[in-house]
Design a protein around this ligand. Structure first.
Ligand SMILES: NC(=O)c1ccc[n+]([C@@H]2O[C@H](COP(=O)([O-])OP(=O)(O)OC[C@H]3O[C@@H](n4cnc5c(N)ncnc54)[C@H](O)[C@@H]3O)[C@@H](O)[C@H]2O)c1
Length: 424
């Protein structure tokens, strides 16, 4: 039986989903992508054309999500639109009897996510979140090392993502500059960091953060100047109402410095900004009672590294001795050409990205077919979003917040305005 998926949102990430599907088809013939949808027909058509050229079957093209649902015999949809549409399309699809995989963040606010979760529970349809970082085999290895006590008891995690858009609009996508459409960079990008911290360190109790909008006046510059590594993925997308060189007001928080207390008692530091000039800094470490683990950049293929008290460094295949039970799951192993126990791998970013997306689709399809839950479902998607929003909510209140209060909606000051804009 073939599981038939329709893709909505064919911009930069939508194109990467198409590449993920093309990669998936090299290994599995039980999934098909028979329709794609974008409000811009030429954007949808560019992505459909790439799928057709690579797989021999060109998906049907739609410009209206409802039309795609009514006219196609779909089993599931992949939602890759800009974030404010995630909850609307997800609930519409599940109520029409389809399973869903939604890009991260699961929804734009916790209120939107709670609606999505409730519809998933009521309809029994899978709601998977395409949270990609944790699926990287090197992050699987990192998790196994921590779980196996390779650094002892984790004391603290440092996660610093200090980069610069150099005064430009992030990813040349105007919606990312707008609070009511993206929340802010520490959320849009930081939800990945949040998910990884939760994956590796366990649940969070409270967060204190300071936040700011340091660069409210931004310029729309071409993607090859802003993020050259991803420019090829975005060269077909359309930015309605703006042209290159336009000034754009940044209304979304662009900087957050947070301190986290995990329920285990460990402490975390999460710093996210795209306003640093003259300095880029990426630090991802976890320190424990026996040593410090240096996390490789997700999707780099590089090995984690552990440094112990005596300065001894363990990396590469020597790490595998610390995790004798570590083995990649069957789907990852298939996509990584049969690899079972690896401590690094050598592939370019685009291929790694595609393999991880292929994995995410298989995870959703397997959950749908088995009646189980995907690895990252509504609860995990909401937990990561709540941690990211805890930064903003604490920033608004100038006091620590309990993440549980963000998840259940008791604290929502930063999000209220966004919910009003979304009409929920
Ligand atoms: N997992 C990751 O690493 C990752 C990376 C980038 C983006 N994302 C997520 O993917 C989503 C899309 O981001 P992007 O960078 O591709 O943005 P984008 O602006 O390039 O693409 C969004 C596309 O959605 C289309 N769209 C908007 N409203 C629509 C509607 N009502 N019906 C049909 N199509 C509609 C737009 O025309 C556009 O082509 C966001 O939620 C973002 O957070 C995830």
């Amino acid at each position: 039986m073939t599981f038939n998926i329709g893709l909505v949102g064919c911009g930069g990430m939508g194109r990467r989903h198409a590449h993920g599907y093309i990669e998936l088809r090299k290994y599995f013939d039980t999934v098909s992508m028979s329709a794609v949808c974008d409000v811009h027909p030429d954007v949808a058509s560019a992505v459909a054309g790439e799928i057709g050229a690579a797989t021999g079957v060109t998906p049907e093209i739609y410009t209206d999500f409802g039309d795609m649902l009514s006219n196609c015999d779909l089993d599931g949809v992949a939602i890759v639109t800009s974030t404010p549409m995630h909850h609307r399309f997800a609930t519409q699809a599940m109520e029409a009897g389809l399973h869903v995989i939604s890009e991260k963040p699961m929804g734009l606010t916790l209120k939107a996510c709670r609606q999505m979760r409730d519809v998933s529970v009521a309809t029994g349809k899978v709601l998977a979140v395409a949270e990609n970082y944790r699926r990287d085999p090197m992050n699987r290895l990192t998790k196994a090392l921590i779980t196996n006590g390779a650094i002892g008891t984790p004391y603290f995690a440092i996660d610093i993502g200090v980069g610069s858009s150099n005064g430009a609009v992030m990813h040349s996508t105007v919606w990312r500059a707008k609070k009511e459409q993206a929340g802010g960079m520490p959320l849009d990008a930081g939800v990945h960091n949040a998910d990884m911290l939760l994956y590796l360190m366990g649940p969070v109790g409270s967060v204190f953060a300071e936040t700011s909008i340091f660069e409210p006046n931004r310029t729309l510059l071409p993607m090859n100047q802003v993020a050259p590594g991803l420019a090829a993925m975005y060269d077909h997308r359309k930015e309605e109402g703006y042209t290159t060189g336009d000034e754009v007001e940044q209304t979304a928080v662009d900087t957050a410095f947070g301190v986290i207390r995990f329920k285990s008692g460990a402490i975390g530091q999460l710093v996210m900004t795209d306003t640093s000039h003259g300095q880029a800094l990426g630090v991802s470490t976890i320190s424990g009672s026996k040593g410090t683990l240096y996390r490789p950049q997700s999707r780099s293929g590089q090995s984690p590294r552990i440094v112990t008290n005596d300065g001894n460094e363990v990396t590469g295949d020597a790490l595998l001795d610390l995790v004798p039970e570590f083995v990649l799951d069957k789907t990852t192993s298939t996509l990584w050409d049969g690899a079972r126990r690896i401590s690094s791998y050598d592939m370019d970013f685009r291929l790694i990205d595609s393999k991880i997306l292929a994995y995410e689709y298989m995870d959703m399809v397997q959950a749908a077919e088995s009646g189980g839950q995907p690895e990252v479902g509504p609860e995990e998607g909401m937990e990561a979003l709540a941690l990211a929003y805890a930064l903003f909510e604490s920033g608004v209140r100038s006091e620590p917040v309990n993440v549980r209060d963000i998840t259940d909606g008791s604290i929502s000051s930063y999000q209220d305005e966004i919910d009003i804009q979304m009409g929920i």
